[in-house]
Design a protein around this ligand. Structure first.
Ligand SMILES: [Zn+2]
Ligand SMILES: [Zn+2]
Length: 290
């Protein structure tokens, strides 16, 4: 696995990439801009260059670009659809400028019109966003925790959302706290197998591009979403170990979103995950004849 954190914006994007390098990120996530604003803000060309150079020389790959929380790709409201489309295109352009991606967007909420209508609204927005975005930038739809009128709760719903689009361009990202909220007890190894089966039968493993590895403060199946650090949530390290052990998940970038408050802590946390990966991670079976 490749481990990294969501790095809070430092004084500049270049400084943000340096922070990631400093704490030992192999992958990382940033926001496309202010996560609570429709406008993305200006990109300074020097800072752009500095960010790209730093992440490349540090070998940080991929860099996930999380789009603002205001976006609702499933919204039935025309005004919100226009704003969401524009802001998501901006995030795609920003990812292109930063030679980064995939862009991450939440599956959204249908706001009462029903799951099927929500899914078709999401598809039509994705179609427009792709048409207006640089062709090399990819888009990952994040699973929901199942609150309110969320869509993209099950792997089948995610499969329906991404189905019409090429698997190289539109994929999915799974947040472990959201999986827990909808009933995957990742503390049990066979529940990780069930998850992998559901991905396989739904969107397909080739569409699963990354994991947000967050613990949760809420109970299993609560459909509530409160992220926690791995040592302080209800899932605990057992869940993380099961994920690390899964052969199918082994190749994925894993982002810890509850991090970034102190470099020393982040560094320790990442190296302890890497040690676990070395201990439990799936290793290719050695040829018996050698
Ligand atoms: Zn997210
Ligand atoms: Zn969440």
């Amino acid at each position: 696995m490749r481990f990294g954190i969501h790095v809070p914006k430092q004084s500049s994007l270049t400084a943000t990439a340096r922070y990631a390098n400093d704490i030992g990120c192999e992958t990382m996530q940033i926001f496309s801009g202010n996560p609570m604003a429709w406008q993305i803000g200006i990109l300074n060309p020097d800072d752009r260059g500095g960010f790209v150079r730093t992440k490349k020389s540090a070998g940080i790959d991929p860099v996930l670009v999380h789009s603002p929380y205001l976006i609702n790709i499933a919204s039935p409201d025309q005004r919100l659809r226009e704003l969401s489309t524009g802001t998501l295109v901006d995030a795609m352009v920003r990812a292109s400028d930063l030679e980064s991606g995939p862009v991450v967007v939440h599956a959204g909420n249908h706001k009462g019109v029903g799951v099927a209508a929500g899914i078709s609204a999401a598809r039509s927005m994705i179609k427009r966003v792709l048409a207006f975005s640089p062709s090399e930038v990819t888009l990952a739809i994040e699973n929901s925790a199942g609150m309110g009128t969320a869509i993209g709760v099950s792997l089948d719903e995610l499969a329906d959302i991404v189905g019409p689009f090429p698997a190289e361009r539109v994929g999915i990202l799974l947040d472990t706290a959201h999986l827990w909220a909808v009933g995957y007890d990742l503390r049990q190894p066979d529940e990780v197998d069930r998850l992998v089966d559901d991905v396989h039968r739904g969107p397909g493993l080739e569409r699963l591009w990354a994991i947000h590895a967050n613990d949760s403060l809420k109970e299993l199946g609560s459909r509530r979403d409160v992220h926690a650090m791995w040592t302080s949530g209800r899932m605990g390290m057992r869940a993380m170990r099961n994920l690390i052990r899964s052969r199918e998940l082994q190749r994925l970038p894993v982002i810890f979103e509850v991090s970034g408050e102190a470099a020393e802590l982040d560094r320790i946390r990442l190296s302890s995950m890497r040690r676990r990966d070395q201990r439990y991670g799936h290793r290719p079976v050695r040829d018996a004849s050698v």
